[in-house]
Design a protein around this ligand. Structure first.
Ligand code: IPE
Ligand code: IPE
Ligand code: MG
Length: 240
């Protein structure tokens, strides 16, 4: 799914990291950072609307995050529940379609019910495709897709295209830009398959501090990249 570089990414994926450190620096419980992070989600959503970005994928809770202390896990799950209860109306108003991807059977039935309801209520929306990755891991995604593809057509016929059709984000083009806040320079089991050719942007800003202006900076950086997909600069110039 390669395409010409137009300067504006069609698909932006974000590893929203640094909530805990933001709170700890203020002598607040880690949860205060997660709550505050919701404001950054709103700012990024608005910017996507303004800039014509079609797909936004947010890493909210990884397969590995289940290993955090039980009280942090349960308060995070409660935050997802209340965010869904509160925000879906705004998503409908703003023509945003919501999908939640990940290992759904690990989630609480009430959360699963709200997710299904939110997905249904926003299913006809087209302006922005918002995907939340919850209980998501890139390795889980590749394994479940490989299993489904093998079941469908047998292991011998399995190839890249048939596996891709079963990935959790099969409905979206590959991310053009992957942003990670919080200063770490790692993927932490996010979209392992889909980010093969994403431009990677790392910023020290902690997620609750990541403003619309910070997002615009990342987009300006992206616009300067030369995306070669294995080819040479001369080939790109000849084809443009
Ligand atoms: C990211 O912030 C949110 C989740 C992983 C749920 P963190 O909670 O990882 O914040 P830091 O990295 O500890 O600061
Ligand atoms: C990555 O952040 C996961 C999410 C943002 C949801 P982590 O804070 O879990 O990543 P590591 O453990 O520092 O790599
Ligand atoms: Mg972290």
């Amino acid at each position: 799914m390669q395409r010409l570089h137009t300067g504006v990414p069609r698909h932006v994926a974000i590893i929203m990291d640094g909530n805990g450190r933001w709170a700890t620096a203020r002598h607040l419980p880690r949860m205060a950072g997660h709550n505050r992070g919701m404001e950054s989600v709103r700012a990024v959503l608005e910017t996507c609307g303004r800039r014509g970005i079609e797909y936004l994928t947010l890493f909210a809770f990884s397969s590995e995050n289940w290993h955090r202390p039980a009280d942090e896990v349960s308060t995070l799950m409660r935050l997802f529940v209340s965010a869904l209860q509160r925000e879906v109306v705004k998503l409908v108003e703003n023509d945003v379609r919501l999908r939640v991807v990940g290992e759904r059977n690990t989630l609480d039935p009430e959360l699963r019910r709200l997710i299904a309801e939110a997905e249904e209520r926003t299913a006809a929306n087209t302006r922005l495709q918002l995907t939340l990755c919850v209980s998501y891991g890139g390795r889980w995604d590749i394994v479940q897709a490989a299993r489904a593809a093998a079941r469908e057509q047998g292991i011998e016929a399995l190839d890249e295209a048939s596996l891709e059709r079963h990935l959790a984000l099969a409905f979206a083009p590959e991310p053009d830009l992957l942003i990670r806040t919080g200063g770490e320079q790692r993927i932490s089991n996010f979209l392992l398959w889909q980010c093969a050719y994403a431009e990677l942007y790392f910023t020290h800003a902690l997620w609750p501090d990541f403003s619309a202006a910070a997002f615009d900076e990342a987009l300006a950086w992206y616009a300067q990249r030369e995306r070669r997909f294995g080819r040479t600069s001369q080939q790109l110039a000849a084809n443009s």
